[in-house]
Structures are given as C-alpha cells and as structure tokens.
Design a protein around this ligand. Structure first.
Ligand code: ZN
Length: 603
C-alpha cells in the first residue's frame, strides 16, 4: 500500500455509493433503512447480508464478511487492493496519480493484467481472422450453416484460430508478449516439458474460437471447436487452467445473462456454447452454459447469487441425462429448485430453435416439469418396472439424487411422490434415501469451506483502547484531547493490548467529519486491525466525547497502575530481596500510589 494517495481513495469512496455498487451485481431487497441480499460469500437461503447506506458498509451476519465498497470489490471480484481502487475510480471518473511503486505488488498486478490483455488481444485477433483471412472460408461457411449472422459473430467475438500457428505467434510478438506469457495465459505449451529452449506449440489452430469472459467482461480464456471431420482433437477444447481461467469458477455467458436471470427469476442452463449463443440470440438472455461437463458446487453458488430457480435444457440421450443428473445434484444441494425440459429425440436447442422457432421453444420451456417428474417420464420409457432388478436399480439411482436435496420438507415430499409413481412403499423409498445419504457421507467427506479457513481473526485490542479509537475516529475534539494526553499515557500504552491501533489513528488523522476519509484510512491498516475496530464500533457518539475520552483514559490508567502496584507489593514479600531492591520497590510503590490518588481525584 501507500502507492495511491489516501486523499485519492477518499475522493473515490466519496463518489461511490455502496448500495449502487452492490445493486449493480444483485437485486437488492429493502429492509428498513438498509438493504438485504443472500450473502455472495457463503451459501444461504435467507438473506443475512446487510448493506447500510448510512454507514456505507456491508456486513454478513452469517459469515462475518464486512467492509466498505472497496472491500466488496476486492472480495467479490477477487481483485488486489490497487485494482479494486482503479475499478472504483474508473466507475466514478476520478483519475489516479500514483505516488511511488511497490515492486512486488506491481509485478503481480502487471502479470495478471498482461494475461488479460493477451487474452483480449487474442480474441480480437481470432475474430479478425474469421472475418478476413481467405483461409477461414470453411469457418465462415460453418457459422453460416448454423445460422449465425455477422452481427452475432461480432457480439460474441467469435473467431477463427488460423491453421498457421505462426500468425498467432507473430501477433503476440508484435503486441510485445513473450513466450512465457503465452504459456502463462494457457494459449500454448512447450514442445518438450521443462525445456524452455524446445520452442512453443500453440493451443488453438484451425478451430472456431469462443472467448470466455468472467462476470466483469474480461476475456480470460477460450473454448474452441474443431471444424473438419477428420480433425482428431476433441470436439471442444478449452484454454489450459491459468490464474485467470478456472473452469470450476466460470460459466459461459454469465456476464451477459446475469441481469436477465434476475429479471426472469430463473437461469436456463444448456450444455454448450453454441446452444447458449443461439438461445441468447433467440431472446432467452438468461441462458448460461458450463465449460465442459463438470458442473461444480461453486457454479451452483454463483447462480444462486443472481436467481433462485433453474431450468436445465440438456440433450435427451443417456450422456445428456447423466450430465443433467450431476448438475441437478449440485443445484439442489444449494436449495435451488430445478426443472428439466425435454427436446425431441436427437435435437439440441440450436437445431430445435432453427426448425421450430423461438416461440415453440418457449412453450416447451414453460411446460418444463419438476426435475424428478421429467426424469421419470424419460426413464420409464426404457425401464420395465415389473422387473425387480430394474426397479431396484432405478430406486437406488433416484435415491442418490434425492438424498442431496437441501430442504428437508421438499426432500420428503419428493420421496413420497416418487414412491407413488413407482408403486413402491414410502418407507422403502425413505430407507433407500437414508442409505444413499450415508454412502455419500462415507465417500465424500465435506470439503472444508475455503472461505472459512482463510478468515482473518481480529487483532486483540483492550476494550478501553477500542473505545478511545472509536472516539478519535469520530470526534476531532476527542482525538485532539487524546493526543495531548499521550505523553502521560506512554508507560501505560506500551503495555496495553492493541495500543498501536490507537496511535496509528492519532498520527494519520483521518477526518472524523467524512465517512469516506475514515473508510479510506481503514483500508490502509492491516485487515485484522480493521476488523477489530469495526467489530468494536458502536453507532453513536457520546454527548460529550472529550469528557468520555478523559474518563476512559482515567480508567485505563487506574487499572494499569493498580495492577502494577499490586505486583510490586507481592514482590516486596520476597525474602530474597536486597535492602537496595527493597528501597527501590518502596519508592516505586509510593510513586504509583501518588499517581493513583491523583487519578482517583479526577473522578
Ligand atoms: Zn456471508
């Protein structure tokens, strides 16, 4: 820290309304003079994340996350401090002039922003190639055959990775990027592992490229599709995992879909990027897609930030059903109700919409059934219920999905419904669910919540000192008074917990009249100190802050000198003291008693 002047941070915070900022991410619910949402930092069903316009702070009563607009940006978008400041500054239109450079954080920040820049550049480069390179005719032809217009390609920045990898390498080189950066961005690899001299291979060539954006519109990687029948590579491949590109934390089109997800009150999840684009272009702007088959707990939590219902539109074949099942389990474990829509055999959203139009698709979507009903409709077509073996298999399969449901009531209602539909005893089904739940616990011990593991503990600060901090931060007169008393307090403060926090406030002088100034100041001290201060804060100032400061100082000193005097008296009982030591101790006791007497008179 110390790179951006505190006054600049103050101005930025002054120009930022935390309600506005967080409201740009989630629909807010009013709650008295405050606002509430489901906490973005931990899974929950009833909102305990409170945003206060008056204090310009948020606080979660579930996981204790708290802070200013800046803390929110840092936590939610996983940004380093300086980047969060820049982002808020951009938003508020305030220029940043840096004071000095901190090489280490500068290096990290530069690295991450270089990787983003390279990805963004690559996306534009691939897009240009698609539009202009004569060798990309088959790629343009393919898009046309799928009914993609030029506007769609532009909007989604669809591209073509040239067959000749040297074109990509030349572009990167001319843009000032080196081989190491291409590696770090997940866009290439070494020909020989661990041998930087062996040269680079390029990840994407002769493929259609779909940029993957994070939820704030930065391109962080690519998903690429092969174009030729005889291409031996996978149909879709993604960027290698990088600090920016983590498949379990990214959902395709989430940046474009999040507002519609809130408005429509549900998310439509389909299997692939092409399907997602087609659905967006057909007016279903709440569509998202995972990158590849893995749908994770994090994905489910991300969706829960924006909406509280989900419809799955997966292929009707067995692979599609298996993928839908995995996705359902993650979503239901987060308490999200899930419906499943069926397209006719052999169709995917892309082909279906082209053939039948968006309106027919919407009819199917509207009639999507609750997950288990839809699943059974499908399964019962191929399963013979009168065969005990097949029935047991189906029962066990269903029990595995039912047992992860988060809501007890819903789980039991589902159990009863399924038992009726399958003509089974409800108790048999309950037993199967209980057994499946036991298995689940045995085989996958719940991973520790990484958020909790990383939680910062507040600094231990003496309660008198905390109160003085509170007075100093909120009253100029009290701060001035405490400053005047510092000389007398020195001895006492050196032995009192957390006094460094008070001394720092007194020397850095944040302006008690300005919320932004105080918040900017709090951003400059260690997180553990900030949390301790915020936890210890009360909302109101006493009527006479100077008298309160004076009383607190008196109590703090009295306690300190009493303890000291008592320790000395105990020491005087020690038979091994030399007479010199005894005289010394006596003098000291006298001095302390004098001080205590004086303090006593002050009350
Ligand atoms: Zn929380």
């Amino acid at each position: 820290m110390g790179l951006i002047p505190r006054e600049t941070i103050e101005r930025i915070l002054e120009a930022t309304d935390i309600v506005d900022l967080i409201g740009g991410y989630f629909p807010l619910k009013r709650s008295g003079s405050d606002f509430k949402i489901n906490c973005p930092f931990h899974g929950e069903k009833t909102p305990s994340f409170n945003i206060s316009p008056a204090r310009q702070r948020y606080k979660c009563f579930g996981c204790d996350a708290s802070g200013s607009a800046l803390n929110f940006l840092m936590e939610y978008e996983n940004l380093p401090f300086v980047d969060a400041v820049r982002k808020l500054a951009d938003r508020a239109g305030i220029p940043i002039i840096e004071e000095a450079h901190d090489p280490e954080s500068d290096r990290k920040r530069r690295k991450i922003s270089r990787l983003k820049e390279l990805n963004n550049k690559a996306a534009r480069f691939f897009h240009e190639q698609l539009l202009k390179n004569p060798d990309a005719a088959h790629a343009r032809e393919y898009l046309k055959s799928r009914g993609f217009s030029k506007e769609t390609a532009q909007k989604w920045l669809i591209g073509w990775a040239p067959s000749n990898s040297n074109l990509f390498l030349r572009m990167a080189k001319e843009g000032g990027f080196n081989g190491r950066e291409i590696l770090q961005a997940g866009l290439g690899g070494l020909r020989e592992k661990d041998n930087p001299r062996s040269g680079l291979w390029v990840k994407f060539y002769d493929q259609l490229t779909f940029p993957i954006q994070n939820d704030v519109d930065d391109v962080v990687g690519f998903s690429a599709r092969i174009l030729r029948q005889d291409d031996k590579r996978g149909k879709y491949i993604n960027t290698n995992e990088t600090p920016l590109f983590n498949k379990s934390k990214l959902l395709f089109a989430l940046n474009k879909a999040r507002r519609a997800m809130g408005k429509e009150k549900f998310a439509l999840i389909c299997e692939g990027q092409v399907d997602a684009i087609v659905l967006h272009e057909s007016g279903f702007e709440n569509t998202i897609a995972p990158l590849g088959t893995a749908f994770t707990e994090q994905h489910a939590r991300m969706i829960k930030r924006y909406t509280d219902r989900v419809v799955l539109c997966y292929d009707g074949d067995s692979a599609g059903l298996a993928a839908a099942d995995k996705t359902f389990k993650q979503l239901t474990a987060q308490g999200l109700p899930v419906r499943l829509m069926h397209l006719p055999e052999g169709e995917d959203p892309d082909t279906f919409v082209k053939k039948n139009g968006a309106e027919t698709f919407r009819e199917l979507l509207d009639s999507a059934k609750e997950y288990f009903d839809a699943k059974l409709d499908k399964e019962l077509k191929t399963i013979n219920l009168s065969s005990p073996a097949e029935r047991t298999k189906l029962l066990q399969d269903l029990a595995k999905s039912v047992c992860v449901m988060d809501d007890d009531l819903l789980r039991d209602a589902t159990t009863q419904n399924l038992a009726i539909r399958l003509r089974l005893g409800v108790d048999d089904f309950r037993q199967a669910v209980a057994a499946a739940k036991k298995d689940l616990k045995r085989f996958s011990p719940r991973e520790n919540d990484d958020k909790k593991a990383a939680k910062v503990e507040p600094t231990a600060i003496d309660h008198f000192v905390i109160y003085l901090c509170h007075l100093a931060l909120n009253s100029e007169a009290a701060a001035e008074y405490i400053r005047e008393q510092l000389e007398n307090l020195q001895e006492c403060l050196t032995e009192t917990l957390g006094s460094h926090v008070l001394l720092d406030i007194l020397s850095k002088r944040p302006n008690p009249e300005s919320l932004a100034s105080k918040q900017a100041y709090l951003m400059t001290i260690p997180t553990s100190d900030r949390i301790a201060l915020e936890d210890g804060f009360s909302d109101s100032l006493p009527e006479d802050p100077v008298t309160s400061a004076s009383d607190t100082i008196t109590m703090l000193s009295a306690r300190f000198y009493q303890i000291k005097e008592k320790a000395l008296r105990t020491r005087l009982n020690d038979p091994n003291l030399t007479s010199e030591q005894i005289f010394e101790a006596f003098d000291e006791v006298k001095r302390l008693q004098l001080i205590l007497k004086e303090l006593d008179q002050r009350f």
